[in-house]
Design a protein around this ligand. Structure first.
Ligand SMILES: Cc1ncc(COP(=O)(O)O)c(C=O)c1O
Length: 469
């Protein structure tokens, strides 16, 4: 994507800044510091207002735990190390302990031991950094071991866009393989497009749009046959699907026990129920991990070594992520997973009973759906006016509901399905005109449309910084 497109969406600033008339706007430092109570009051008010939708379970994905008691505990753990800098390992050996244990526990969840002790990992700031870092590591590996200078990676069209972001940053060409009728990657297409510049393949577990697990075993065989990497994006499903498997749900294998898998990402800040800002990126061996490290021995500031993209990092996030994992334990994760899969079953059944809707693929915890009969974005208009926040999909148009813990509260899913049935009836009504929740629908699939969309996206990003230009 070009980044020099000039978008102007100044009109939507009112939408992004609902508090302009309510609170003081600081565009310079206040001359004298504001009282702490006043500051905390403003923050409390905004957070209580904004948490409402998530806390009531009316939101898809995004809020994974929703348990404020858990959050209070995590912020207490965070507090002890909030100010510490992980870079200073001599001062904070606790970070080395806690970070190492987060990685080890996640490796064990991913059957790392099946590789006989070679599996290893790093902690990153989130799914996007994990996906970008693995791409960088494969690029470096392929450059140094095979002399590849025009690297390419093949990913399912349903794979997360952060890989394209990585490709954009690191000069790796990203080929998006089409999906088959089950919304899984088309293996024949992948095989046909592997060439001598291919450095790695990617499969998702589960994919962001549809929550599905790609055929990882088959991708693994392709990766072995061509001596290339296979990254499994378990950012979303990594901390949920293993428990779904234990509960007996039909979930395909995707971890290090699958031959050919060379790296996996799993986000502690999603179904790991940690605070936002951490993900685990795991490699099959240290040789591969080494390629994401950066060292620079000749810097006047000292011998520099850095495992990933960040420089200074707070020990607080590491402490709270560790605290989340060890206090929940296997049983805690399993219990939440049981509720999530049960609620997703209810959701699936409810959607299947609505003739106008069809589910994309055969999901277990995140249900993507669309319609051949009605405009699905009219459905979304109705849902959002009634307080439900789903995610819109395109190509094909659809919505998805990623079930998280707050959606499992009593009556939430029943209420959603009742509103969904009303929403479908609304969408069947005459003269509805253009759907509001997707004014861009129909434009985004065309070349001209994509240009307009790109301008709007850049304009939207500019609007986030409306005050700071
Ligand atoms: C499958 C998948 N991969 C990667 C990401 C990116 O994660 P993050 O938002 O933490 O960067 C997401 C986010 O939802 C995801 O669903």
């Amino acid at each position: 994507m070009s980044s020099n497109t000039q978008g102007d969406l100044s009109g939507i600033n009112d939408y992004f800044y609902p508090y302009r008339d309510r609170y003081t706007t600081y565009s310079t430092l206040p001359n004298v510091g504001v009282a702490r109570d006043e500051v905390l009051g403003v923050l409390r008010e905004m957070s209580e207002k904004e948490d409402k939708v998530g806390d009531e379970g009316r939101c898809s994905g995004s809020i994974y735990s929703g348990d404020h008691d858990h959050y209070r505990f995590l912020t207490e753990a965070f507090r002890y190390f909030a100010h510490s800098n992980v870079l200073q390992r001599d001062m904070y050996p606790s970070s080395t302990k806690l970070e190492g244990e987060i990685v080890a526990m996640t490796l064990s969840l991913m059957n790392g031991e099946s590789l006989g002790g070679s599996a290893c990992g790093v902690l990153t700031s989130g799914g996007s950094e994990s996906l970008m870092s693995q791409l960088f590591a494969y690029r470096e590996w392929a450059s140094q071991t095979k002399g590849i200078s025009a690297p390419e990676v093949i990913i399912p069209n349903s794979a997360h866009v952060a890989i394209d972001k990585g490709g954009h940053y690191f000069g790796v060409r990203v080929l998006r393989a089409p999906l088959d009728k089950d919304f899984l990657v088309d293996l024949n297409w992948v095989e046909d497009h592997i060439n001598r510049n291919t450095i790695a393949l990617v499969g998702s577990a589960g994919s962001y749009p549809y929550g599905l697990v790609d055929p990882i075993a088959e991708l693994g065989q392709l990766a072995i046959a061509h001596d290339i990497g296979l990254h499994v994006d378990g950012c979303l499903g990594g901390f949920l699907l293993p428990f779904g498997k234990k509960l007996g749900y039909p979930i395909g294998d995707f971890d290090f026990s699958v031959e050919g898998v060379t790296s996996i990402s799993a986000d502690t800040h999603k179904y790991g129920y940690g605070l936002k800002g951490t993900s685990v990126l795991m490699y099959a061996n240290k040789e591969l991990r080494k390629h994401q490290y950066f060292t620079y021995p000749d810097w006047p500031g000292g011998l520099y070594l850095s495992p990933g993209m960040a420089g200074s990092r707070s020990g607080g996030l590491i402490a709270s992520t560790w605290a989340s994992m060890v206090t929940l334990g296997e049983q805690g994760y399993l219990e939440i997973a049981r509720d999530i899969f049960r609620t997703a079953d209810l959701l699936k059944k409810g959607i299947q009973e609505i003739a106008e809707l069809r589910i994309y693929g055969d999901p277990t915890f995140l249900v993507g759906f669309g319609s051949d009969a009605i405009d699905i974005f009219h459905v979304n208009d109705y849902l959002s006016k009634n307080g439900w926040r789903l995610n819109g999909l395109q190509l094909p148009p659809g919505l998805h509901f990623c079930v998280t813990r707050p959606n499992t509260y009593p009556t939430v899913m029943e209420e959603f399905l009742s509103t969904l049935r009303d929403a479908v009836n609304y969408a069947k009504g005459p003269d509805l005109g253009q759907a509001e929740s997707s004014a861009l629908y129909g434009l985004a699939g065309s070349v001209e449309g994509n240009k307009v969309v790109e301008e709007l996206l850049v304009g939207a990003l500019d609007a986030f910084y409306g005050l700071a230009q």
